[in-house]
Write a protein that binds this ligand. Structure first.
Ligand code: UN1
Length: 500
């Protein structure tokens, strides 16, 4: 595949992308498209030093002015939405609509961050002492290290960078080694925004290309105030403690094992469409992918029949073709993991339909599969594990309490949904004893969250929140200020200390 036309809109040239050791392949047909230079420890340390110096300038720039840079970035993204979306499709294998949807999320977070740049406010708090006032001030934090995964190769950076930048921070981004090209394209757009902005410090947002070691260099660097890492639970289990050991901050967005509960009163048309998008969209490679269907026995047969019919009508193929809904898995390892999971499901009594490799004649090095529906006798070990592939495990239930217990019984806690037209069931699901996830929806699926809400989850999902709501607070440090405008020095708690 010739990528010249794809990278040209970003001012990137093939010469500069063919010199290095990191081979980039498109999952569409497995052909190599670039060989990128990787940054070693010395270069990464230098990038962090530049970022720290940039931070020391940027933190004093008024926040609304910082917002102007993010506004310009949003403009660049608007202009290049098609080009960047297409590059995402080529590098990550997403269908065009999803590649562009991902860029739209970037535009949305930029807009959100621009508004936020005038709203980074703290509270004024009643003091217990006369002639005193208390308040809290939110200050820029420092260098933010972003480690992102292949499945949202550009949006995750923007959720972090747009907020980090308006909050007065600098950014060093280590993208997935599977999707570094799209990162370089984003960097090119960011640099155009910088030129138009005028007087921003050098090194305000940088990309470092490399594998695991490059990410770990950021994790262990005391100058990186916040490490925002998106990826597997295994990765987070290593990153979290290492950042904590140096008393840094981490924001972890790890695995999901998201369920949809379908009750007898549910609108099955709506549920079918939501499950289809949630389980098959992005080839099952979203953190928020629907992996489990917990369906009431009364409607189980009808719903599974509808799903099988819908699955059969899905067009599988190149993500660049207009009517494709299911593109390739990212690579052979993803295919192998899917087959292993299906094998385990069979061994645990599951009845599997779909899940086989397809289109291998046309794409011997592309890993296309039919989406799988796996009816399980119970929520056995295979169902507890997140496999990044279009596998939907189906479980039955009798009472809503059972359904909620099943939903909460997995180690992950990202996204969840209930389909019901019964207000009591919906509220029970949303209540304190209901879903234990960071995202709990009614009559919409588990994936495709808007940027306006805080995004993230509990338990092994890592506890981080990014994107909307007050997620910006993770990118700032809070100072509590007490101001005495009296002529006395009363101590808190009424303590008398050496006076009468
Ligand atoms: C991810 O899969 O890493 O809710 C994030 C969604 C997207 C984010 C997914 N907004 O599907």
């Amino acid at each position: 595949m010739d990528i010249r036309d794809l990278i040209e809109p970003f001012g990137l040239t093939t010469d500069s992308l063919q010199q290095g050791t990191l081979e980039v392949r498109t999952p569409i047909d497995g052909t190599p498209v670039a060989r990128l230079a990787e940054q070693g420890p010395t270069q990464i340390d230098a990038a962090v030093a530049r970022a720290r110096a940039a931070f020391e300038v940027w933190r004093d720039v008024p926040a609304p002015r910082r917002g102007e840079l993010v506004r310009l970035l949003g403009e660049e993204l608007r202009t290049h939405k098609d080009a960047l979306g297409r590059l995402v499709s080529v590098e990550a294998g997403k269908i065009l609509a999803e590649g562009q949807g991902e860029v739209q999320e970037m535009i949305d977070i930029c807009d959100f961050a621009v508004g936020l740049s005038r709203q980074l406010h703290g509270l004024v708090i009643a003091s217990e002492r006369p002639g005193h006032r208390m308040m809290e001030t939110w200050h820029p934090l420092g260098v933010v290290g972003v480690i992102s995964a292949f499945n949202f190769p550009v949006a995750v950076w923007s959720w972090n960078a747009a907020l980090a930048l308006v909050c007065g921070n600098s950014v060093v981004w280590k993208p997935s080694e599977k999707t570094p090209l799209t990162a370089l394209a984003c960097q090119a757009l960011f640099e155009r925004a910088l030129v138009r902005f005028g007087d921003a410090p050098q090194g305000l947002s940088q990309v470092v290309i490399g594998g695991r070691d490059a990410g770990m260099r950021l994790v262990d660097d005391r100058r990186v105030a916040l490490v925002s890492a998106t990826g597997s639970t295994r990765m987070g289990r290593e990153v979290g403690p290492r950042v904590a050991a140096r008393f840094g901050r981490s924001l972890l967005e790890l695995g999901g094992n998201n369920a949809i509960i379908v009750t007898p009163s549910a609108d099955l048309d709506l549920a079918t469409r939501a499950i289809l998008f949630g389980a098959v969209g992005t080839a099952g490679q979203r953190c928020t992918t629907t992996r489990r269907l917990i369906v009431h026995h009364e409607v189980r047969e009808a719903l599974v029949a509808r799903l099988k019919k819908a699955y059969a009508s899905i067009r599988i193929g190149s993500p660049l073709e207009a009517d494709t809904l299911l593109g390739p898995l990212i690579d052979r390892a993803a295919f192998d993991a899917m087959q292993a999971a299906l094998g385990q499901a069979r061994a645990e009594g599951g009845s599997v339909s779909g899940g086989a490799r397809t289109l291998q004649d046309r794409y011997p090095e592309g890993f296309y599969v039919t989406p799988a529906i796996v009816e399980m006798p119970e929520q056995s070990p295979c169902v507890h594990h997140e496999t990044f592939a279009p596998i939907l495990y189906v479980l039955g239930y009798d009472t809503l309490e059972q359904a909620i217990a099943l939903q909460n019984a997995v180690p992950q806690g990202l996204s969840s949904a209930i389909f019901t037209n019964d207000l009591r069931e919906a509220e029970q699901f949303l209540a304190a004893s209901g879903s234990d996830c960071g995202i709990a929806n009614v009559n919409i699926g588990t994936s495709g969250a808007e940027i306006g809400g805080a995004f993230g989850g509990e338990k092994e999902t890592g506890g981080g929140r990014e994107s909307g709501s007050d997620a910006w607070k993770a990118y700032m440090r809070r100072a509590t200020n007490t101001i005495n405008y009296s002529r006395a020095l009363p101590l808190a708690q009424g303590i008398r200390f050496g006076d009468d």
